[in-house]
Design a protein around this ligand. Structure first.
Ligand SMILES: [Zn+2]
Length: 316
């Protein structure tokens, strides 16, 4: 279904939507965010305990923990939000609101707005729609005879519109997992070793494919993702522990370029680094500020390098 229109006035830089658009009666829209707005409009705000601030080097400073930001994200309906990145900004927001949710396959209500140039933020009311969006990854749609590409990323706390996130939703397979461990608590605990589990595939749910279970997980592709997990089976009577190593297989794990901050290629394929001589390199965005910056040319798996770099280690 079509996305609801944000009822607020246009912000600076916000695209003006079609003048013929029908503004819905916002009291009838039963979305997560609007129901909260409704509550907020009657809530006695003065009773709210506000975060204290202190003056640090002459600047008023307020501190938020990651946990607090994640709580705020839930309050704002962002726990089920995705970023849609468009290949061009030829389409106006109203066209996108009318068409994109249908194209992506969103069945319930959603809120769609412009987050930055060529970037849309979609908040889904239904968890199924959120997972459905993330299943799209890279896709195309036709409008007025032109093909438009869009890419889908999970929104997470700390998302920076100027950089492409290194978070991605990927399917992982657990071949030959012992069938009793298909139980949700066991399966999701195992999947949580690599990231945040968001969905279990149908064959796993209906137990029609006992050879392999599959879980969709939001991972950070810059992390060194484990290829196996050690499962320990404890015999409480004897105290004996048996180790079992469970293989983890990742489907279509995207690479990430830390130079231009984009998914889809690594530094050794980066056009921005090598000029336009690399034919297969994907086009980097104009967001790269310093084209001539010299960075290390990485060989092999750059994730190993990057993790070491993050950990502050020296790597030759
Ligand atoms: Zn690059």
């Amino acid at each position: 279904m079509a996305a609801n229109i944000s009822p607020q006035p246009l912000a600076v830089g916000e695209q003006n939507s079609n003048s013929n658009e029908v503004i819905p009666n916002i009291n009838n829209i039963r979305t997560y965010a609007t129901s909260l707005n409704h509550k907020q409009s009657v809530a006695p705000l003065t009773k709210m305990t506000l975060k204290p601030f202190e003056i640090v080097h002459g600047i008023p400073t307020i501190q938020f923990s990651l946990e607090e930001r994640e709580e705020f994200a839930k309050e704002e309906g962002l726990h089920q939000a995705v970023i849609i990145k468009l290949s061009s900004d030829a389409l106006n927001l109203q066209v996108l609101r009318n068409n994109l949710p249908k194209i992506i396959g969103i069945k319930g209500n959603c809120l769609l707005g412009s987050l930055a140039q060529r970037q849309l933020l979609i908040r889904c009311d239904q968890y199924e729609d959120y997972v459905c969006c993330l299943a799209r990854s890279v896709n195309y749609f036709q409008h007025n005879g032109k093909e438009h590409q869009y890419r889908v990323f999970p929104w997470t706390v700390g998302y920076n519109p100027k950089e492409e996130t290194s978070k991605a939703a990927v399917w992982i397979s657990l071949p030959n997992l012992s069938p009793e461990l298909f139980a949700h608590k066991a399966l999701l605990s195992i999947a949580a070793v690599v990231g945040k589990p968001i969905a279990i595939d149908k064959a796993t749910q209906i137990r029609s494919r006992p050879s392999t279970s599959r879980v969709k997980v939001i991972v950070d592709i810059l992390d060194t993702l484990p290829e196996k997990v050690r499962l320990q089976y404890l015999d409480a009577k004897t105290g004996k522990i048996v180790d079992d190593y469970q293989e983890i297989i990742y489907d279509n794990l995207s690479s990430y370029c830390c130079h231009c901050k984009h998914q889809g290629h690594e530094e050794n394929q980066c056009r921005r680094l090598k000029g336009k001589t690399v034919q297969d390199a994907r086009v980097c965005d104009e967001t790269v500020e310093n084209e001539h910056q010299i960075v290390e040319k990485l060989q092999g798996d750059s994730r190993v390098f990057l993790n070491a770099k993050r950990a502050g280690q020296q790597l030759i």
